[in-house]
Write a protein that binds this ligand. Structure first.
Ligand code: SAJ
Length: 435
């Protein structure tokens, strides 16, 4: 039985800790935030991931997952902490990674293995983590093992993907790689591939997400081009993908979440060679503005209109709103709509006008958020001049156009996720646009 201390009990650390425990490892789950550890000890799992609560409960009930408030001496240390990102400067913040390495150092013993899983700029394992651990006087690879192994799980399917995805392990030497592989072999049913160094493994993770982001950017640009030629982008992409070597992804209201909009920028940490990648990011970031353009063109003006956004989560069937395109669209609409000030003066006569602006109503079956002020479906749609499908939640595909038409004030629908049947909605009297 391996002893493993998992550092960081968030979206990746918690399921990984439970997985290791459910596969017979002796696991200590540590988080710097005592609210997180306290809640978990009381049996409360607040992350919105299918099956996770039961999976964690199983691990804790077995006695093989213990939630701790101090870092525990262990054969393995797995670092799964966040790497926050500044949207303005595009810089990554490695404070949590440094903190985790610093917390491991005092308990690091000869023969132990440290594995970094957090998504990081290339060279972080060798340039940031290694020196902190070597301050102990122990030599990496000779006296302790050090490796990088990225997580690649898809939110919404984390437990299955943790088991089944291929893992890429890069140790700072052969001994380090071998030691890390031994741990993943306890639960990974997919392949465990190795590479010669941690930097390659860090780089691989980033180019995977960059590939997806860039592919979506192409789809988004195709969508804008298709509109100029009066072509339906979805039909065109579906037919283009009939080619055996073409696999375009789908356009949408933008790219959200904590991975795709962020990871490509990590590649620019020590390189100037971000050209296509930078452009792709710009194209994806332009999409909320593009949807706002469609709305203002179709409505004539945004002012005085109520617009319901269906879907606040960054993607379908999850409740995660991080960097959600729907929220960017809501902000864009509000910025664009002008509110005439009350009591303006015109030729000496004071005109008392009501601020018009735009009313944006947010609804999401997975998100009940008082700060965002999400409302029930009926409340969002009733009286709306336009409805925009911003997230591909399965249940939106079941919307009844007849009922929505009765509730709405206007008749404009913009489907950014190609969830609705255009013919059905048009035959119910809607002006139907899709991205
Ligand atoms: N999206 C599109 N068009 C598409 C597919 C997705 O616009 O055809 C949008 C989604 O609506 C969403 C965004 O992209 O706003 C990201 O969603 P996603 O499902 O593509 O990916 P994430 O961010 O949930 O998870 C990604 C995954 N990476 C890859 O597929 C290469 C996942 O495997 C990674 O583990 C995760 O990032 C991560 O943690 O890095």
């Amino acid at each position: 039985m391996n002893s493993v201390c998992v550092h960081g009990l968030g979206y990746i650390g918690l399921p990984t800790a439970a997985m290791l425990a459910n596969y017979d490892n002796e696991v200590y789950g540590y988080d710097v935030d005592q609210e997180v550890t306290g809640r978990l000890r009381n049996g409360s799992v607040q992350l919105d991931e299918p099956g996770l609560r039961a999976f964690v409960t199983e691990a804790m009930d077995s006695g093989r997952l213990e939630i701790v408030d101090e870092v525990v001496e262990s054969k393995y240390h797995l670092i799964c902490v966040p790497t926050p990102f500044d949207r303005e400067t595009k810089a990554s913040d490695l404070t949590y990674v440094e903190g985790a390495a610093g917390a491991i150092a005092p308990v690091l013993r000869p023969g132990d293995t440290v594995i970094l899983e957090s998504t990081v700029p290339p060279r972080t394992t060798v340039d940031v983590v290694r020196p902190i651990l070597e301050e102990t006087g122990l030599a990496a690879n000779d006296e302790f093992s050090l490796a990088y192994c990225p997580e690649t799980v898809l939110p919404g399917d984390v437990i299955t993907e943790l088991r089944q995805n291929t893992r890429i392990v890069g140790g700072i030497g052969e001994a380090s790689t071998t030691a890390a592989v031994r741990l993943y072999d306890t639960f990974v049913e997919g392949d465990v591939r190795t590479t010669t160094d941690p930097t390659t493994a860090e780089f691989v993770k980033l180019i995977q997400n960059t590939y997806r982001d860039t592919n979506i950017a192409l789809a988004n640009e195709v969508s804008k081009l298709a509109r100029d030629y009066d072509v339906d982008s979805r039909d065109a992409i579906e037919l283009a993908n009939e080619h055996p070597r073409v696999d375009l992804l789908q356009p949408g209201p933008g790219v959200g979440g904590h991975c795709l909009p962020v990871d490509p920028w990590f590649l620019g940490h020590c390189s100037e060679n971000l050209d296509l990648i930078r452009t792709a990011r710009r194209v994806n970031d332009s999409m909320p503005g593009h949807v706002a353009d469609l709305l203002s063109e179709a409505l004539g003006s945004l002012n005085g209109n109520a617009i319901a956004l269906l879907g606040v989560a960054y993607k379908g069937n999850v409740g995660d709103t991080r960097q959600s395109p729907a929220l960017d669209l809501a902000a864009e609409l509000q910025t664009r709509a002008t509110k005439p000030p009350t009591g303006t003066t015109d030729g000496g006569i004071t005109i008392e006008s009501e601020p018009e602006g735009v009313e944006v109503l947010l609804h999401d079956p997975f998100v009940d958020d008082q700060v965002l002020n999400t409302v029930a479906l009926d409340q969002a749609v009733a009286g709306a001049d336009a409805v925009v499908v911003t997230t591909d939640h399965d249940e939106f595909a079941e919307l009844d156009p007849g009922r929505v038409r009765e509730q709405m004030n206007g008749s404009l629908v913009v489907d950014t996720k190609a969830l609705l049947d255009p013919d059905e909605w048009r035959s119910n009297g809607f002006t139907f646009l899709r991205v």
